[in-house]
Design a protein around this ligand. Sequence first.
Ligand code: HOZ
Length: 432
Amino acid sequence: MTEQRNNSRSATLFHQALAAIPGGVNSPVRAFRAVGGQPFFVESASGARIHTVDGLSLIDYVCTWGPAILGHAPRAVLEAIRETVGHGLSFGIPNPREVDMAESIKRFVPAVQKVRMVNSGTEATMSCVRLARGFTNRDLIVKFAGCYHGHVDSLLVKAGSGALTNGEPDSAGVPCALAALTITLPFNDKEAIRELFSRRGREIAAIILEPIPANAGLYLPEPGYLELLRHMCDAHGALLIFDEVMTGFRLGPGGAQELFGISPDLSAFGKVIGGGLPVGAFGGRADVMDYLSPSGPVYQAGTLSGNPLALAAGLTQLRELEHGGGWARLEQIGLAFEQLIREALVQTRTYATFHRIGSMFCLYFCEGPVRNLDDAMRSDRARFARFFHECLKRGVYFAPSQFEAGFLSLAHGEDELEATARVVREALAVSG
Ligand code: HOZ
């Protein structure tokens, strides 16, 4: 059993952190506010496990919020970083890996004809929005309630993830004038999108969405929905932007867009292509991307963009996935995980809705269907918090919020899955 005591090193560090860091954390979702208690501090991570400063070893289903797709600290990626670091840390002038990464992304994602590297998913979506506005010469952006695209001013309107978890989906500090340029609709509502475009289609620069929303838990687009968005954009001269920060290179080489057969005009990527180091990218149609400075009038820049260490890590991770049959293996692991969760739900007579696609998942404590934010809000969050802590006590770490997706990695082997099955069964039984 693993339990955090008040005199633990984590508790001491958090006490210190509260005095020096807002809320004690460098990203709000880490603060455990939605589940109660305090975050633990991590000393190291390897494979499917993270090791806390108090000597606890936890099976990790957060996977650093997505990128640890091979597991933590994979040898090949560590070696690539070690080899690269000897040549310097940052150059601020082109390096060959930038070309290698751009060509790799283009090969994996055919809708990306040109791509630019940035340092985070937030930068990627922010740049997509500016580019879409510059290219179309229009101001309105359409997003979906519960979708989260990083902490971009224009997109912190009815946002998911930590913004939703902490009750601030419309962040303070975003000028009303800017928020007024963002229209938010319910996901999977075909009528709402038709109605909006019939009224304001000529003013809309872009629709931005997570094609598989994964910041209010995890739910899927219904058949025909992404096709309708594509059609509306084409019919009205707006751009379609897919935020594939979590799904890109995780659900398959071509992300959600390959899975659903829809080509967006622009795509935002992050995390996974950094292999654990800070990376993002955005790309798409060549005529749109060429609107970027220095070819075009939309300014976008970054001193550390295309950083050699981050790209060495990311390229190695992509190569490992591609040559090791990674995506097919992730699907097998996902299937085995789904079976164990469904069995545990039946054995403990728990009424819940479990969603999985590939190596991403979410358990809602409510009856289905869950197809948008309103449905996700029906989940019993107090029950989720009890379940979370019962799992954590027993050595299994799920994301500390009902509104975050879970992640599997190639390092989640039979031993981890068996241990998780037992823990989930027990936690469901005692948290009901
Ligand atoms: N859901 C967030 C990323 N999509 C979690 C990461 C964070 O905000 O720190």
